[in-house]
Ligand binder design. Structure first.
Ligand SMILES: [Fe+2]
Length: 297
């Protein structure tokens, strides 16, 4: 009983207009206003893929994991409860607000909140980007991915694999110093049932905003290049220059969002066949580019 893919991301914001300027005017998502006044952000035929809720802090709230059916949803929730995990059944109003049939809420061993849901409605008007993005790669691959803080790396990865059906895609081990006595940084990349290389990655470090980064894939490399130009022109901090990752082949860059976490904008990610995939161990994060720069103080 496996998660199908990343369905949505919930974000708390002190300034919805700042998010709208970033996500709509700069990245190229399509806005809508939720019945409760939240900012819905579309990238495909779903009513939203990001929901930005008015709040007292700028932070990530939760990942919404899509289950392929009611049977999978129910079995997964029961499995979590059998394992002693506290799961709250979402109310009918909460399911309606997410445009899904049913939703349940829980947290992983690192304290990252997540939601499971099944069923959906669709938006019937075409996705249109006001700044000319030709399209986002979503559909059967799910929204993209989230990279979550998980100081308890092994316990958290085991949780997602044993209780939510994720599988190993890649384990990245990065040398943090020429001194071999300094421990490597180990990252876990996990896939859902869909063919996205990883819908979830875990890094053993804290993240004050609740999220290391989330990723959106665009159709064309020129979409990515033009998005980079718009981010630079609008003055957003470019956390990493253009580069191509060693494991998922994603060509893109990272930009700091108003939420205190990064958004990776990329293209050309690989789509493995899980029947023949052998999990990899990557020794470098990127085959070129990705020069990182810390956020301005
Ligand atoms: Fe990423």
């Amino acid at each position: 009983m496996s998660v199908q893919g990343l369905g949505y991301v919930r974000i708390s914001a002190t300034d919805l207009a700042a998010w709208r300027k970033f996500a709509v005017d700069t990245v190229g998502m399509m806005p809508a206003t939720a019945p409760d006044g939240s900012l819905w952000l579309r990238v495909d035929d779903r009513p939203f893929r990001f929901v930005v809720e008015q709040g007292s802090a700028d932070r990530f709230l939760a990942a919404g994991w899509e289950m392929p059916s009611q049977v999978h949803f129910t079995a997964c929730v029961e499995g979590l409860r059998r394992a002693g995990i506290a799961v709250r059944d979402g109310t009918a109003d909460e399911a309606r607000a997410r445009c899904v049939n049913a939703v349940a809420m829980a947290s992983d061993p690192a304290g990252n909140a997540f939601e499971l849901y099944w069923g959906r409605v669709r938006a019937y008007d075409n996705f249109v980007s006001a700044v000319g993005v030709s399209g986002f790669v979503v559909g059967d691959l799910g929204l993209g991915h989230v990279v979550l803080p998980a100081p308890q790396l092994d316990e958290t990865a085991s949780f997602y694999k044993s209780l939510l059906g994720f599988g190993d895609t890649d384990e990245m081990r990065l040398a943090m110093s020429p001194d071999p006595a300094v421990p490597e940084l180990r990252l876990q990349f996990l896939h859902a049932a869909c063919r996205r290389h990883h819908s979830l990655a875990l890094i053993p470090m804290p993240a004050p905003s609740g999220l290391i980064h989330t990723m959106l894939e665009m159709r064309e490399v020129d979409d990515v290049g033009r998005a980079l130009d718009r981010c630079v022109a609008a003055g957003y901090h470019i956390s990493s220059s253009l580069g191509r990752h060693s494991n998922d082949g994603m060509l893109g860059f990272y930009v700091a969002t108003p939420g205190g976490f990064d958004l990776e904008i990329g293209c050309m990610g690989v789509t493995p066949d899980w029947n023949t995939w052998v999990p990899t161990r990557s020794l470098i994060p990127s085959i070129w580019g990705h020069q990182w720069s810390p956020p301005p103080q």
